[in-house]
Design a protein around this ligand. Structure first.
Ligand SMILES: Cc1ncc(COP(=O)(O)O)c(C=O)c1O
Length: 405
């Protein structure tokens, strides 16, 4: 009879139960809500009925746009349900090229390459493009996938050093760059990486200052603009456009197709042709994992086409953001200031944030409370996200419900 050791399923069951009951006891257990119709300004939630939706990344209201839906259906009809392959074997279809060319043109860079998510795009970037001796300088509040990508890089490419600076602290970045440069071997590269829009704060990276510092130190600048693409700048190009910087001033972009650009799924890396070529040749997530589904590529292409055709969607989003932020401030809420569509209301305690979000849902307003470990302990918040799909009545409904809290 084999003996039961610490590795047996019994040990796992006890450990899993203990973690879950601790989450339950401290009010931190997440409950998945089920949506019974399309994503829009309002959604139909199981057990709650029609609710105002203020927690989706559907910034431009394109997730259920008839042309975006139709493009996906056409893709399904013309190319079938799946690629049944990774890109380099037999998984590259016409819509992949069309989408990647469109993304590159949209951002004003040489090339782009798609992945099944922005998480995967970021996870591919550093482990593929870095080599031993390189240094990665990263903002402390960068998205989890950037953090994990850097961790993975230091395992795959031993000798890559990591330097973290305080969120958006340009003196901190300058110091980190000087440190990274001091120990840099001949031929090695310094990479500076930041979110364009910080997903939990709604604040934006100081890209002009970052560009200057990168130029001073000969470093490359990588911007993950998942919450900036389609949102920031006059025509929704992203956070660089907010600062009137051309896309060519950013060495590499990563971003998602799962938010403003149709919201289905998928992500990309965009930048110089040679960098994209290296990802195609050597990126493990693309060599060993299936291509972006063609239906999604078709929908995302259509979403970018609509964005280019209708820049007024970005204007409406901006007007909605201004209105909501002003009303929230007038109502006395502590909202972190910024021009983005993410308006976090800081409440402190995780259980309190979750309880507030539950109460809002009872009033027909869907806003999520974020707590530890998604944000630091003691900085739990309600994250309100504004969309171009919202009308003034929706925004007023949010403010009224928040006041009643
Ligand atoms: C800054 C940032 N990067 C990457 C991602 C991941 O995007 P995706 O859902 O496409 O993997 C997110 C999503 O929350 C994000 O906010």
């Amino acid at each position: 009879m084999p003996t039961r050791t610490a590795q047996t399923p019994g040990a796992f069951a006890a450990r899993a139960d203990s973690i879950l009951s601790q989450l339950r006891d401290t009010g931190q257990l997440k409950h998945l809500q089920t949506i019974e119709g399309p994503m829009d300004a309002t959604v139909r939630l199981r057990d709650h009925g029609e609710c105002l939706c203020f927690c989706s990344n559907n910034y431009l209201g394109l997730a259920n746009h008839p042309e975006v839906v139709e493009a996906g259906i056409r893709g399904l009809r013309d190319f079938g349900a799946g690629t049944a392959s990774v890109r380099f074997i037999c998984g590259t279809f016409t819509p992949h090229h069309e989408l990647e060319d469109r993304i590159a043109r949209f951002l004003g860079v040489e090339a782009s390459y798609t992945f099944v998510s922005a998480w995967t795009a970021n996870e591919a970037l550093f482990p593929t493009l870095c080599e031993p001796g390189d240094a990665i300088v990263s903002d402390a509040l960068n998205h989890a996938c950037i953090i994990d990508s850097i961790r993975l890089t230091s395992v795959i490419k031993k000798g890559v050093t990591k330097h973290i600076y305080k969120n958006n602290d340009m003196q901190g970045l300058a110091d980190a760059l000087a440190k990274a440069r001091a120990g840099l071997p001949e031929g090695a590269v310094i990479w500076v990486v930041t979110d364009g829009v910080f997903s939990m704060e709604g604040s934006i990276a100081d890209l002009p200052a970052m560009r200057r510092l990168c130029d001073e130190h000969g470093a490359l600048l990588v911007v993950d603009d998942s919450h900036g693409t389609g949102v920031m700048g006059k025509t929704g190009r992203g956070t660089h456009e907010h600062y009137d910087m051309p896309g060519s001033k950013i060495d590499f972009f990563t971003s998602t197709l799962g938010k403003a650009l149709g919201g289905a799924a998928g992500g990309f890396v965009a930048g110089p042709q040679r960098g994209v070529e290296l990802l195609i040749q050597r990126g493990r997530p693309t060599l060993f994992s299936n291509a972006l589904p063609v239906t999604v590529a078709c929908s995302a292409s259509k979403a970018i086409e609509i964005l280019e055709r209708e820049p007024q969607r970005v204007e409406k989003l901006r007007a909605n953001v201004k209105y909501a932020r002003q009303k929230l401030a007038e109502a006395g809420f502590d909202v972190l200031k910024s021009p983005t569509a993410i308006c976090p209301i800081i409440v402190g305690d995780t259980a309190k944030a979750i309880a507030m979000s539950k109460r809002l849902l009872e009033m027909g307003v869907y806003v999520i409370g974020f707590g530890y470990p998604v944000v630091p302990e003691g900085e739990a918040r309600l994250r309100v996200q504004i969309s171009a799909a919202h009308e003034t009545a929706h925004l007023d409904g949010l403010i009224d419900a928040l006041k009643k809290l």
